[in-house]
Every structure is written in structure tokens, then in C-alpha cells.
Write a protein that binds this ligand. Structure first.
Ligand SMILES: Cc1ncc(COP(=O)(O)O)c(C=O)c1O
Length: 406
């Protein structure tokens, strides 16, 4: 279980010194997931581009960069953070359906590896920006392979009718156009079928379609170098990631020996198991047949349960001797959808007891907000068996209004 990375005594110490709610990350857990990917894909030698949207904390990004990983960014802000965290520009790729001209210019001026474009209009804009900057933009297209990843509809992205990617038919026209342009350099092709995908089979299907398309392009004289299979690999409920060896086998069966450089964009699978949200029970109350724990963390800190019905395992830090009962764990935000967990069985917590909400390292802090004017949580990195450091201080009330202009 993930609790092996987070000793109760350390969590108590962190809560006492930094307060709650606090995101706590384990360096060991993060590096273990990175290591698992590297081992599984050893034969294929892909470029891993950490999907920063999962968790863009500078300290975690620096760990990924230190392992030789690149970054997958989806905004100018993420690119800024990526460069600041130490990712090599030549290992950064820029994805996303609506990059603005300013963001494209920033990416090209930074010398990133390539842009994953998602429409003809975006490619035309990229060309205009590149012309203005007097350079040739490295271009990859996100293709929609029309594959069902069997995941939550909000995080399923690889079917036709989704806003993401372009069809193979459309892509062919765009590549032909780009190949003729003095300011575009077609270098790759990309798919990302969704997130929290637990089976490797949809990747095999999408990869097969991508490879066949790349072959067709090559027969028309357009030879791409990079095949980007996106991210999305699943995490076991409450545990570590699914064995990436299955994914490596599927992708290896398609790409090994083709001479193409494979890219992967893992986010959640690396970050989710590496973090928990530490919160304190403030009050308990009963209503109808329900028992509530009112915690000091809320949906503004961790929105996944409210947004996707995501289930996060919860433990009372240091156990507890009270009677075991079913609880809904809710926060102070004025919304009925403000819950962190529903119907979890726990010993009755004393007011002030600490709760650990596991599997919260991905899409936790990065999706957090200041809703209800709640300053964002602090972030802590556990660096050794008894060592930890604050990697982002808790926001203050002054931070809430810092950008306001009178
Ligand atoms: C283009 C792209 N790459 C990578 C990812 C990362 O997915 P995950 O965090 O599930 O690995 C996403 C997530 O939405 C994405 O849109």
C-alpha cells in the first residue's frame, strides 16, 4: 500500500509544523514510478515527457528532469514552469487544442522539440508565427485514432467527435501542406487516447493505426521521426501504477525496429501514487442516516471526487481506537458537491485527528483553486526516511488579493 511511503510519525510532524491542509509527496514513490517506466521500456529507449498538467510542482518536475525526462506542456505557463524546473528545451513538447499565437511564439523561441498541433488553423498560425520569427517550426499532429480507452467520459479523448486531434484524412492534407512550407518542418505524429487507461490493448490499436498512417506518409515522401503515444496509463485504485511492461509490449510490437523515436507522456501514473492530501478533522456530525467528518480540506484543494466521482483511499493517521463506522468526508466549501470521500469505513476520529487522502499526487494541487477565498494548501516533499521540506508555502490571505488592482 502507499502508506509505506508516508510514515505516520512524519505526517504528524509535518502537520504540526506546516499546518493543514497540506499536500505531501514522496520522492521515493515518484522515483520508483519513473524507474518502473525506464525498466519496462529499456529496449525501446523512448523519450519520456512528463505531463506537467498532472502536477507542475517545480520540485517534482526537477526530479523528472534529473532522470533525463522531458516535459509535455499544454500552456505558456507550463512551458515557463518546465524551463524553470530544468527540463532541456529540446526535450519539451507542446500539446493542447488551443495554443495562442503568443504561446506558439514562446515555444518556438525557447527551442522546444516540437509542437503537437490539433487543427489546420493552428498549423497555419504556427506557420505565421514561425515566418515572423524567421525560423522553421518543428511540427507534429495529434491524430484522433478513434479508439475507445474505456475510461471516464471526461478523460476519454481518442474517439471521433471529441474536440481533440484531427482525423487521418485531415492530417494527410495538413502534412502535405506543411511539407511544402518554408516555415514548417513535419517531424512527428501523436495520439493521446485518454487518462486512467488500465489496458494496453487500446494503445496497441491506436499505435497500429498511427504506424500505418506514417508509412502511407513516407510513401508520399514525408518521413516523420517521432511517434508520440501520449500518456494516460492507469493507476490501480489506491495503489501504484499498472505494470508498464504490458504497455511496453503493445507499443514495442508496433514500433520496435521501425527506426522511429517513440515518445510517451506519462502524468498521473507517476504523480498520483506519489502524493497524499493531509487534512484535519474539524467537526463530526450526523444527518439522517449519514455520519459526516468535516475536514479542513475541501473541493477547492482536491476537486477530483466532485468532478469525476474519483475515489481516494482515506486513512486515519496513526490508526485510531474509536468504533468503526461509515463516514462521508466533506469540506467547508458551500456546495453539496464538496466531498473528498463518501461512505468510507474508519474508526471514529477525535476532533483534530489527521486524515491522509491517498493517490492525490496527480490532478490534485494542479487543479486546485481559491474558491470560497480559501488560500491554496502548502506542499511538502518527503526526501528520506526522516527528512522533508516545504516545496511551496501555504498561500496567505494577502495572496488571495495580490493580483487585484484598485
Ligand atoms: C496530450 C496529453 N498527454 C498526456 C496527458 C497525461 O495523461 P495522464 O496524466 O493520464 O498520464 C494528457 C492528459 O490529459 C494529455 O492530454
Amino acid at each position: 500500500m502507499l502508506s509505506k511511503y508516508f510514515k505516520s510519525s512524519l505526517l504528524k510532524e509535518i502537520a504540526a509544523k506546516t499546518g493543514t491542509p497540506t499536500y505531501v509527496y514522496s520522492q521515493a514513490a515518484f522515483l520508483k514510478q519513473v524507474g518502473a517506466y525506464k525498466k519496462a521500456f529499456k529496449g525501446l529507449d523512448p523519450l519520456f515527457c512528463y505531463a506537467m498538467k498532472a502536477n507542475s510542482s517545480g520540485a517534482l518536475c526537477a526530479l523528472a528532469a534529473g532522470e533525463g525526462w522531458g516535459a509535455d506542456v499544454v500552456s505558456g505557463g507550463e512551458l515557463y514552469r518546465a524551463l524553470r524546473a530544468g527540463f532541456e528545451p529540446g526535450k519539451i513538447i507542446f500539446s493542447g487544442v488551443g495554443k495562442t499565437p503568443d504561446e506558439l511564439a514562446y515555444a518556438l523561441e525557447s527551442g522546444i522539440l516540437f509542437v503537437n498541433a490539433e487543427s489546420f488553423e493552428e498549423v497555419a498560425e504556427l506557420e505565421r508565427v514561425a515566418r515572423r520569427l524567421k525560423l522553421r517550426a518543428p511540427l507534429s499532429l495529434r491524430l484522433n485514432p478513434d479508439v475507445d480507452p474505456h475510461t471516464h467520459k471526461y478523460i476519454s479523448t481518442g474517439r471521433l467527435g471529441s474536440k481533440f486531434g484531427v482525423s487521418f484524412e485531415e492530417a494527410q492534407k495538413i502534412y502535405m501542406y506543411a511539407a511544402e512550407s518554408a516555415h514548417l518542418r513535419p517531424v512527428g505524429a501523436h495520439f493521446h487516447i485518454g487518462s486512467q487507461v488500465h489496458s494496453a490493448a487500446p494503445y496497441g490499436l491506436a499505435a497500429g493505426r498511427l504506424a500505418a498512417f506514417m508509412l502511407r506518409l513516407a510513401s508520399r515522401g514525408i518521413n516523420l521521426k517521432y511517434a508520440d503515444a501520449g500518456g494516460g496509463w492507469g493507476v490501480k485504485e489506491g495503489g501504484e501504477m499498472e505494470d508498464p511492461a504490458a504497455l511496453a509490449r503493445e507499443l514495442g510490437a508496433v514500433f520496435a525496429g521501425t527506426g522511429l523515436k517513440l515518445l510517451l507522456e506519462p502524468g498521473r501514473s507517476v504523480a498520483a501514487p506519489s502524493g497524499l492530501l493531509l487534512t484535519r478533522a474539524i467537526y463530526r456530525k450526523a444527518s439522517g442516516d449519514k455520519n459526516f467528518i468535516i475536514a479542513d480540506a475541501a473541493m477547492n484543494d482536491l476537486v477530483r471526487p466532485a468532478l469525476y466521482g474519483a475515489k481516494h483511499p482515506v486513512e486515519l493517521v496513526g490508526g485510531g481506537r474509536g468504533e468503526r463506522r461509515r463516514w462521508d468526508i466533506v469540506g467547508p466549501v458551500c456546495e453539496s458537491g464538496d466531498f473528498l470521500a463518501e461512505g468510507v469505513t474508519l474508526p471514529e476520529p477525535a476532533p483534530g485527528a489527521l486524515l491522509a487522502i491517498y493517490s492525490a499526487g496527480a490532478y490534485g494541487m494542479s487543479m486546485s483553486s481559491q474558491y470560497n477565498s480559501r488560500p491554496r494548501a502548502a506542499e511538502v516533499l518527503v526526501t528520506g526516511p526522516a527528512s522533508w521540506k516545504v516545496i511551496r508555502r501555504r498561500e496567505t490571505y494577502a495572496d488571495l488579493v495580490a493580483a487585484e488592482v484598485k
